[in-house]
Write a protein that binds this ligand. Structure first.
Ligand SMILES: [Zn+2]
Ligand SMILES: [Zn+2]
Length: 257
């Protein structure tokens, strides 16, 4: 039993083959998936998907890369998060890789999401790229720890992992942990306490070895879990059980079906 804690099944590459994507999850022992929002304009598609499938959950949020889209305020996020299949706020955070000018609107938007997460008592899904120091600083300033959540698709250093863990956050690994040149990230995977580990695909992006470069899908979270298990010297079964337990404890509004 495995859970893909972060994917984008609503994106064109995957939603065109919705039945196949869901069937291959079953074939690979992937029982549930969390389909993560990146902008409010596409949220209705995610909610409809989650309504069609008991084992698909949803989040509400606006990705830090998206500049030209509806800017949510706290009230709007809270209203949308009241949908019964919404189990998290995000993905949110900072991304100075795609926005090298480190715009103030990203930090304003991130603060809004943290406040909405605290008010809704739902955990945060945090994206950070080339912006770890500011991400951690804002998490501290806005008391993100009282909402809790996950650092998704983690690619930062062990020091950043330690700071996020100190705030009570979970660390989620994607297919990057299986890449040949990712030895430093596998060190982080060894370091994270078992009760804070999650696995994800971030599909359709970042397919794990042996599918690197192809379209990713939630079924492949099995290969992510295998890579994490190998790095930690544990069995796939142990990592699967642990990350599934962690998922349902963190995303407490997600009902296993
Ligand atoms: Zn992301
Ligand atoms: Zn994502």
């Amino acid at each position: 039993m495995l859970v893909d804690s972060h994917c984008h099944i609503d994106f064109p590459d995957l939603i065109e083959d919705e039945a196949g994507v869901l069937a291959r999850m079953v074939d690979n022992g992937v029982t549930h998936a969390l389909c993560v929002s990146v902008k409010l304009e596409t949220l209705p598609g995610i909610l409809a998907l989650a309504e069609r499938h008991a084992n698909v959950f949803a989040s509400v949020g606006v990705h830090p890369d998206n500049a030209d889209c509806e800017e949510p305020d706290e009230e709007r996020l809270l209203a949308l998060a009241a949908h019964p299949k919404v189990v998290a706020i995000g993905e949110t955070g900072l991304d100075y890789y795609w926005h090298k000018d480190a715009p103030e609107w990203q930090r304003v938007r991130f603060r809004t999401h943290i406040r909405a997460a605290r008010r809704s008592a739902k955990p945060l899904i945090i994206h950070t790229r080339d912006s770890a120091a500011d991400t951690i600083r804002l998490m501290r300033e806005e008391d993100a720890g009282s909402a809790g959540g996950v650092m998704h698709c983690f690619t930062e250093t062990r020091e950043v992992a330690e700071q996020a863990l100190d705030l009570g956050f979970h660390i989620s690994f994607s297919g990057i942990v299986s890449f040949k040149n990712a030895e430093a990230l596998r060190d982080v995977a060894r370091y994270v306490p078992a009760e804070r580990l999650l696995v994800e695909t971030d599909a359709p992006y970042l397919a794990p070895v042996p599918y690197r470069g192809k379209t990713n899908q939630p079924a492949y979270v099995r290969h992510v879990a295998e890579a994490v298990a190998a790095a930690r010297g544990e069995t796939l079964a142990a990592i699967a059980e642990r990350t599934t337990q962690n998922f349902f404890r963190l995303f407490k509004d997600a009902q296993p079906s």
